[in-house]
Each structure stands twice: as C-alpha cells, then as structure tokens.
Design a protein around this ligand. Structure first.
Ligand code: PLP
Length: 406
C-alpha cells in the first residue's frame, strides 16, 4: 500500500487542535516533530504497566522494564544498520551525543596543533563542543566553506584534510537550509587519509533511511524528538573499536564494573557511557517511533517530503518579495527564506495569527546566517504529516503579511 499523508495525519492527535483559533498548520518539524498515537501509547504503557528501575531488579516488573529498555537498543541498531547493539549508546539528544564524543574520543585523540574539520552549515551543537575542545587542547578548528547555493564545497573540503586532521564532524542534512550533504564522498575522502568521521544525523533520520555501514561513518548522532519520538532521548552510534577505546563520559551508577575507594573499573560500551538511571519510558517511545516509521516506509516518507519540498519551493518562488536561502540541488524538508520589508520575526508572528507555525531566527546556525549576510530567516520545515494544502496556506499567509507591511 502506498503512503497516504492524509491517513497518516490521523495518527497525530495534536493535528486536531487549533492554533490561535485556526486549524493548525504545523511547519516546524525540523525543530521538533509531533508524536503519533503509537509513541504516546508506548510511553503511557510503560508507566501504567511495566515501570520499575532497570538492570538491578530481581522482580518481574524490573525485568520487564529492562527488556523494554534494552529491546529499544536493538530496534535502534536495526534502524541504523549497525553491526552490533553494543555500538548504540543512549543519550539525552544529539547535542549530548556530540559532547560525549568531544569529551572522550576528542580529549583522548586531539592535541596541540591538531585539527578538527567541520562545515560552514553546522548547527551550534556541532560547532561549540569542537571549538571548546580546540581551545582546551590548543588545536585548530577548520571550517569547510559553503557555496552560494548552500552546499558544502567538496573541493575545499579535500584540501582542508591533512596530517593533523583528527576528526571530520559534519551534518548529514542542514537544519537551516535542508541541504543534503554528499556523505559518501565525505567519508571516502576522510578515510583515504585515515580520518574518522562523525555525522550529525538529527535532520536526516526522520527524512530517509540511513545505514551507517553503507555511509561508512565512524560516529552517527540523532535526537529522538525529531524522529517523532520523545524528547530527552538521543542516540550515539559509534564503531565498536572506537567506543571500546574511549574513556567514560559521565561516571556513577550503572556504568561501573566494580568500585572501591581505591579504584573503579568500568563496563564495556554502551553501558560505560550511560551513567545513572536512563529514560526508560523514553527508550520505549523511541522504539515505537521507529516501528511506526518502518510501518509507513521511510522510502515513501522520503519521496513525499521531496515532492512537498519541490512544490513548496515553486510556490514560494512565485512571491516576488521572497528570496529563498539555500537552493542546493539536493535538499529536503526545509524551506528557508527572507521577505523584503518584513523581518522574519514579524513574519512568524503574523503567520501564527493565521494558524501557521513556522520558525524565525538563526536556527542555531549563526555562522551560516552570517555567510548569507542575513540576521535570521523564516523557516518552514516539513514532516510526514504535511500536505500540499499546508504549503498553500503558508504562501497565502506570507502574501497577507506582505500586504500588512505595504
Ligand atoms: N544538529 C542538527 C542538524 C539539528 O537540527 C539539531 C536541532 O535542531 C541539533 C543538532 C541539536 O539537536 P538537540 O537539540 O535535540 O540536541
């Protein structure tokens, strides 16, 4: 059966509500996705029927909770095409996953004069942890330039790779522009020189199928809440041999093997990196989100969003006062733009009165805004539940705002 977004919309209870008295047009999925009933039910089910702390209990309830939590790790492993569940570390979000790698792999492998390569279209989450690490280690952050279309300049990228490069950290899909970065070329160029690659997949995993083996990356991070799952639940995939060699991140309960006042030994990955009680119900919610997406088919979702991205782009380009920011040949899910004479924040506020929820601002990508010489953009971002009518309403609301400011 082919994917029907109108049917899928019925799975999302929140889409029945209004926004400022108008039917809700939700176009902020890049910030966070709405949740299907299956995810909400999976979380409630844990709290209503299976909840206890995990791993330490000898009673039935704790064993059930442990099975649910640990079972979610297998669901994530299969989702990412990872070889082994030990390669899947649960975190709070993509931000924490990146900080974990910077604090462990980074501190252990980066020294004075070394270099870390990122791109000019990164989210702050994939800039600041590396910048801090470089400051601490007297290392250098190198930034691959972005073209006028919002693409990563691959030629410049290859030239930046050198003997001192210790890691490449790059987005799979840009949250501010929707650009899909050609990852296979990135990993091939880096691996030719023996450099590991971390991919920020926060905007990629909700939009198309990802296979870490096929991409050839060493680390892959994402957030559950952007994948139609709960907030507070994130993932770090790391190649087994890299995780094995990494020191702990946070320390405390659950990540130790034995503790005495003289010495502590640690669990192997992934437990080594998961100190303290995890988000037990969150893991169930994340697994339910993945099951839900698999049920719909990620390839179908990908086609749907690509078609909507094309439709939305054509529609917006018909507005003479509007300029698209980010026109990469390969892009998905994000329409970023500025409108002459209307500040993005004013635009966002006026659209809100029409029921249309978009984001206005720097999208946690200030260096990218600077690159395009704009303080902010308006950003409409798509989810599997969006339909053409949402984009028609967006375009009408933008025209209304332009009239108001005339
Ligand atoms: N990376 C990208 C590309 C993002 O879009 C985001 C969030 O917008 C993040 C990282 C950070 O995600 P989180 O705030 O869930 O950690």
């Amino acid at each position: 059966m082919s994917f029907d977004p109108y049917l899928a919309r019925r799975d999302f209870p929140i889409l029945e509500r209004t926004n400022r008295g108008q039917p809700l047009v939700y176009l902020d999925t890049a910030a966070s996705a709405q949740k299907p009933r299956a995810v909400i039910d999976a979380i409630s089910d844990v709290y209503e029927r299976h909840y206890a702390n995990i791993h330490r209990g000898v009673y039935e309830l704790s064993e059930e909770a442990t099975r649910i939590h640990d079972g979610a790790r297998e669901t994530v492993r299969a989702f990412l095409g990872a070889a082994d569940v030990r390669e899947i570390v649960f975190t709070r979000n993509a931000t924490e996953s990146i900080n974990l790698v910077a604090a462990t792999f980074g501190r252990a492998n980066v020294g004075p004069g070394d270099e870390i390569v990122i791109s000019g279209l990164e989210h702050h989450a994939n800039i600041v942890p590396w910048q801090m690490l470089c400051q601490e280690k007297e290392a250098r952050l190198r930034v691959v330039p972005v073209t006028d279309a919002g693409e990563v300049d691959l030629e410049a990228f290859e030239k930046l790779l050198g003997d001192r490069t210790r890691l490449v950290a790059i987005s799979h899909v840009s949250n501010a522009l929707g650009t899909i970065v050609p990852i296979r070329e990135v990993t091939a160029a880096a691996h030719e020189r023996g450099i590991p690659v971390l991919l920020d997949g926060a905007q990629a995993v909700p939009r198309f199928a990802v296979d870490v083996g096929e991409l050839g990356c060493d680390f892959y991070v994402f957030s559950g809440h952007k994948l139609y799952g709960p907030s507070g639940m994130g993932v770090l995939y790391g190649r087994a041999e890299l995780l094995e060699a990494m020191p702990p991140y946070q320390t405390g309960g659950d990540m130790i093997e034995s503790v005495s006042f003289e010495k502590t030994t640690f669990q192997p990955p992934p437990q080594r990196f998961e100190a303290g009680t995890p988000d037990i119900a969150g893991a169930a919610g994340l697994a339910a989100a993945i099951d839900y997406l698999n049920g719909l088919g990620l390839d179908a979702i990908e086609q749907h969003e690509l078609e909507l991205t094309r439709y939305g782009t054509e529609l917006l380009q018909q507005i003479p006062e509007l300029r698209m920011i980010g026109t990469a040949a390969d892009k998905t899910g994000v329409l970023s733009f500025v409108v002459e004479g209307v500040h993005p924040h004013d635009l966002g506020t006026i659209l809100d009165t029409q029921g249309v929820a978009i984001r206005a601002g720097h999208h946690c990508a200030q260096p990218l805004m600077e690159r395009f010489d704009v303080p902010a953009t308006a950003r409409a971002s798509l989810g599997l539940y969006n339909v053409r009518e949402d984009l028609d309403k967006l375009a009408a609301a933008i025209r209304h705002a332009i009239e108001l400011f005339r």
